[in-house]
Ligand binder design. Sequence first.
Ligand code: SF4
Length: 374
Amino acid sequence: MSNLYIHYPFCKQACHYCNFHFSTTKEGREDMFKLIKNELHLRSKELTDPIESIYFGGGSPSLISPENIYSFIDLIKNKFKIKQNIEVTLEVNPDDVTEEYLLNLKNAGINRLSIGIQSFFEKDLIIMNRAHDVNQAHKSLELAGKFFQNFSIDLIYGMPYSSLANWKNNLEIALSYNPPHISAYALTVEEKTVLHHKVKEKKIDLLDDDYVKQQYDILLKTLEKEGYINYEFSNFGKQNYFSINNQNYWIGKPYIGLGPSAHSYDGKYLRTWNVSNNHNYAKSIMSGVLDLKIEKLSTKDLYNEYLMTALRTLEGVSLAHIKKSFGKRYTLYLEDQVKRHLKYRNLFWDGDYLKVAKKAKFLTDGIAADLFLV
Ligand code: SF4
């Protein structure tokens, strides 16, 4: 099985925390979609396995017309093998949502929406420089529930000046729309973003880590109480609503990323990615030769990446998998490295699986880094 990711590199305006590859220019948007389709043709030989999920991300793929989305999905269905219950997700910004748009998306073959709400507070949206306002956030969810059974709300916690009560309130409002899936990410300050600049200039104060941890604990507690399963550090789903795209990514299944900056992985050891420049991407596609960067992952890289992703998941790290895929040296190393965390009950064994204790969940990435082979 393989997965297809499409990176549409345009946005209406730049969110101040975002370091993804995108452009706010209005030029070339239509052409870009044609180029992405051409890339699909150029790489068709790589798509031999049935496709299990298609994910339109970006950027802002809700700027793509439903006609283009339809023609793309149609092309895939006609040209490639696909799994019967294929998941087809589109990331949607609330300001792009209208009744007509959602209906057309549904007819085009989209069966899952990931809606970038981020917050139900105007103050947060202004700090983030999101293109939508609170009214649009509400409206988009009312309509999403009307047309889609499967949709996810994206939220951001750890917002500057946000209180625990604010965050709890954000979750309660999200829950009032009964979403089958919620993703919640801590605000991170990425280099070269406006947020980074403002923090450096002391124009914005960040929350301290302990306060962000308290918000994460509220997230775990609130969503668990409502029947959501925390199947990955930042992802919560009702039974049968876990994202296929995300899960396949975490368990290391192959995926093909189309569009500028999109990454691909062969499921073994090769990672490639397209040039992060729209103009150079267009040039390469038109010449018929992809402008790809290639990274060959070493056994050590694969081991560290497996630990990082698996420890964040509900399933945890499988010792049998470590033994089979990495051998004795790595198994002994892991068993030695975990001792301290087992002693402090940050980690525990559940049969063959190493898992993070609830009290230490917020520290998952740091614990994983402790277990890395360096
Ligand atoms: S809409 Fe998404 S991709 Fe675009 S700038 Fe905002 S966060 Fe980044």
